[in-house]
Ligand binder design. Sequence first.
Ligand code: BEZ
Length: 337
Amino acid sequence: MKINRKHWLIITIICLSVIILGACGGDEEADANSGAAKKTFKIGLITDPSHMWTKAAEKFKEEIEKRSEGEMTLEVFPSGQLGNESAMLQQIESGSLDFGFITAVELSSREKAFSAWFAPYLFETIMDAQEASDTDVAKEMLGTLDKYGLLGLDYLFAGQRVMLFKDKKVQGPEDMEGMVLRVTPGPPMLEFYEFTGASTEGMPLTEVYSAAQMGVIDGMDMDLDATITNKYFEVVNYAAVTNHMVWPSVAVVNKDTFESLSEEEQKIIKKSLEIASDYAVKTRSSKEEEFRQTLKDKGMTVYELDKNVFTKQIQKFDEKYKQQGELIKKFITKFRN
Ligand code: BEZ
């Protein structure tokens, strides 16, 4: 067959189509390879990888990635890699960090309302505290973060607070008088211990191990989780399982970042967080006995201390804090039996 001008035109069109289609396919691949459509978020935490909150952050990541079919991803930075909680909070405010699980006690230094969570012996179990976190008053507290350009999306609970002592099996406040006890920096926790007559040392988690090892402190306020993950059983001998306070963190996000997302993406984040928070509280509740046994196996004397020995301190706390704001008063009144 003789190839005429018409044939050349058809051949040229076919070739051009193949080239254009090929190029389009390449672009799609390039898009997929560059991940241009994906949104990557970062979350920072103070806790070690084996702590319940870090596990909850991993669950949060897993759920976000699954529910968005890979369109949203989350990078988890545990162990204070991004700085202490106050530094992380500033990063979230400026937008250089997207999310953080920040302890409610850290937030209480900014917004007094969060102090209400630390009313001693307000909740018997962490499941009770989890239920309380779903009430209007608890949500109103989250709303106080708005003015900082932050959104408090939800609460997460680790184990309740216990008291660890280096050399003495403390039986009540009278044994604590004059002792130097490490407390997480934050007015409500420090004040509870001051009511016992102890001297308090506000100290971030990262400094606690060496302070106990060097004898700078005689004991500490802690949870069983971190007693294990941070190996405090190596430097203290007695664990009084008081369960005197619950231990919430708040899932905080930069407000602009969150509001720039589509409604569907916001829903995915909220749902993923709800699942992570539920996972944390249920898993942690089921571990109470195992944690106590682990510490006994490590050589600690683990014992219970009755709530009644702290009656005076509970009263003093309630009296003082109920005067510090309507939300605190409302919260304590609602949950104090
Ligand atoms: C603490 O300051 O005691 C603490 C902080 C985060 C997780 C566990 C404990």
